[in-house]
Design a protein around this ligand. Structure first.
Ligand code: FMN
Length: 184
């Protein structure tokens, strides 16, 4: 029942501040993140924690890379991008280690990665933390991927921002009846 309450009340929190979870709490969340359906047991998911000064170094790498890719960008725009990794005290990069698609089609690997990130989010929430799953340019920037030590076949499936929220966002979900039917 507790699990169901957690599932039904899950909500993303975009506005985050310190503090963030400690390492034991993150490890517990990762423990949950690897308890997911996984065709042929590929274990294609891994997570990279970035916190403290690491976020600032990442922000610099990202800002430099983005300005090199689009030199026409204004200083204000680059500065806005530089702030992105600083939006929460804790960042967790969700990395998919893509495997040969002959074994398991790529879309199935993406699905398992999604399930893994969802478990991670729920486990963080269960420990009292607020979080949001983002992607965007930060997740796609090859300089960022390289700095984090990603291999060629790896990709950032999500940047999970974690921290504390002062004004929790409320959402109302649509009624479930439009999302299922009885086949007759
Ligand atoms: C793969 C993926 C990527 C996402 N990327 C972003 C993003 O870059 N920026 C953003 O604001 N929301 C992004 N979202 C959506 C948020 O995580 C969140 O689901 C959305 O704000 C709705 O809030 P809710 O989860 O409380 O329903 C992404 C979601 C997924 C599944």
């Amino acid at each position: 029942m507790e699990l169901l309450q957690g599932l039904l009340s899950r909500v993303s929190q975009p506005v985050l501040q310190a503090p963030g979870p400690d390492h034991a709490q993150i490890e517990l969340a990762v423990k949950a993140a690897i308890c997911v359906p996984d065709h042929r047991n590929l274990q294609a998911w891994r997570y990279i924690l970035i916190e403290g000064e690491g976020r600032e170094r990442l922000a610099e790498i990202y800002a430099r890379s983005q300005s090199e890719q689009a030199p026409q960008r204004s200083a204000a725009e680059i500065d806005r991008l530089r702030q992105q990794p600083l939006r929460a005290p804790t960042l967790i990069m969700a990395v998919l280690r893509r495997q040969d698609a002959a074994q398991v089609p790529l879309h199935e690997q993406y699905l398992s990665m999604g399930a893994s990130v969802q478990n991670l989010l729920l486990a963080l929430m269960a420990q009292g933390w607020a979080a949001i799953w983002r992607t965007g340019a930060l997740a796609e920037d090859r300089a960022v991927a390289q700095a984090l030590g990603l291999q060629e076949q790896e990709m950032i499936a999500g940047v999970i921002y974690v921290g504390t929220t002062l004004n929790p966002r409320q959402v109302s979900r649509p009624p479930p009846e439009s999302f299922w039917e009885i086949w007759s």
